[in-house]
Design a protein around this ligand. Structure first.
Ligand code: PLP
Length: 427
């Protein structure tokens, strides 16, 4: 074999590469753009393989992944345990629908409820469906338990929230890119400033039709906005005082990402409804869901909700393993420790380059000074240097690698980032 035929860096043999692709990156991108929808603008790199914290493009170049599929691949790419259970379960029984019982459904529900401390778990597929489910449960509860007059239940959201792209989610959005020209919108969705307990209390006091307040404990897509200490406790207290359900959207922050099992654990708070997604299946298969106590979850009786794929044996078996990996490999603790390193290094970057560092654990955002560079251009340079990420809202570089990352790998990625920033003006 030629000495460079199998490289420890690229990991694939030349033959494997040839077999894998008949087209180069540019041709693959051209085909994608010709036949695919235009609603997303990917970075110009075509990926073909992932392992742990690394990704490879079709030419065999290796990258460090600092995005983790928008905080989904917390367990690392192709985690051997996830690959194993996926193969086993797919080879045994992948799908039945919930027309019948299967073992993984109850197994996952038992594991999650005991681990996280709610009485019931209801599985869906994507984050947005779980958000929608939480709102359905809350409206039902509003009519049946709180006795809100018919058709008047109001749900309050924090401004700059992001919980997906459905009509309900964009009706809750304050981002014109998200909602413009998609109306009419879902009625009785009110939006209040994030991190503002005074505004929240005023609303609750004045409006007895509020059934729920839905909020991210850290706003991810808004650019990693961390509320002040005490905000989550304040939300809990107000929701309890005014008989409003607190829905916590932890699709992005949940399962180790912020250095705790859940982001609400930073203030030891317990929402009424917890929404999980993304890392719940480590990217192997879309699995999301909500957790709540019996009294709330029972508002959805037989026939009032459902999903063809939600609760499938394949999805639930994968999710069970994915959460066990987060627990058994202490990924929250790794995120907490390594998050401190990210903070220390990125806070030192001069303000004319990056105006702000925000984050908790391994959910971080570096705000690139607009006078210095466009976030997108920095991401292109990072890609050339072997590190992949994307900006949120143009200027906020996301730093959210798989939580399996080692200190050495993290430092390597941060070296790439700081070198690219240092050299940017001179290139
Ligand atoms: C906090 C939050 N909720 C919900 C969603 C929607 O998840 P999905 O894209 O799986 O529908 C996202 C996606 O980024 C999110 O960050």
């Amino acid at each position: 074999m030629h000495p460079i035929a199998r490289s420890g860096i690229f990991g694939l043999t030349q033959r494997e590469l040839r077999l894998k692709r008949s087209l180069g990156s540019q041709e693959l991108i051209d085909r994608d753009q010709k036949y695919g929808g235009r609603h997303f603008k990917p970075l110009p790199v075509v990926l073909t393989k992932g392992e742990g914290v690394h990704l490879w493009d079709v030419e065999g170049k290796r990258y460090l992944d600092f995005l983790a599929g928008f905080s989904t691949v917390n367990q690392g790419h192709s985690h051997p345990r996830l690959v194993k259970v996926t193969r086993e379960q797919a080879g045994n029984l992948a799908h039945t629908s919930r027309a019948f019982y299967t073992e993984p459904h109850g197994q996952l529900a038992e594991y999650l409820t005991k681990l996280l401390g709610w009485e019931k778990f209801l599985p869906m597929n994507t984050g947005v469906e779980a958000g929608d489910t939480a709102i359905k449960v809350a409206r039902r509860w509003g009519y049946r338990a709180k006795k809100i007059p018919t058709e008047q239940a109001t749900v309050v959201f924090a401004r700059s929230n992001f919980w997906g792209r459905s009509i309900a989610a964009l009706s809750a959005s304050t981002d014109p890119n998200c909602y413009t020209d998609f109306g009419p919108y879902v009625p009785r969705f009110d939006k209040l400033p994030y991190n503002d307990l005074v505004a929240l209390e005023l609303k609750f006091k004045q409006d007895p039709t509020v059934c729920a307040f839905m909020v991210e404990p850290i706003q991810g897509e808004a650019g990693v906005v961390v509320p002040r200490d005490g905000y989550l406790k304040g939300v809990r207290d107000l929701c309890t005082k005014y008989d409003v359900l607190w829905i916590a959207d932890e699709v992005q922050t949940g399962l180790g990402r912020t250095g705790k099992r859940l982001a609400v654990d930073h203030e030891n708070q317990r929402p009424d409804i917890m929404i999980l997604g993304k890392a719940l299946s480590g990217g192997m298969y879309p699995v999301s869901g909500i957790l709540a106590d019996e009294q709330i979850m029972s508002c959805l009786e037989s026939g009032s909700h459902g999903s063809t794929f939600g609760g499938s044996p394949l999805g639930n078996r994968i999710a069970l393993e994915a959460v066990k990996i987060v627990e058994e490999e202490n990924l929250a603790e790794n995120a907490r420790k390594l998050g401190e390193i990210v903070r220390k290094r990125l806070e030192k970057i001069p303000k004319d380059i990056a105006t702000e560092y925000r984050g908790r654990g391994l959910l971080a955002g570096l705000v690139i000074n607009k006078d210095f560079a466009e976030g997108w251009d920095i991401c292109l340079k990072l890609k050339d240097a072997g590190l992949l990420t994307r900006p949120a809202h143009g200027q906020i570089l996301r730093i959210s690698p798989p939580l399996t990352i080692t200190r050495e790998q993290l430092e390597q990625g941060l070296d790439i980032l700081t070198t690219v920033l240092d050299n940017y003006k001179s290139t």
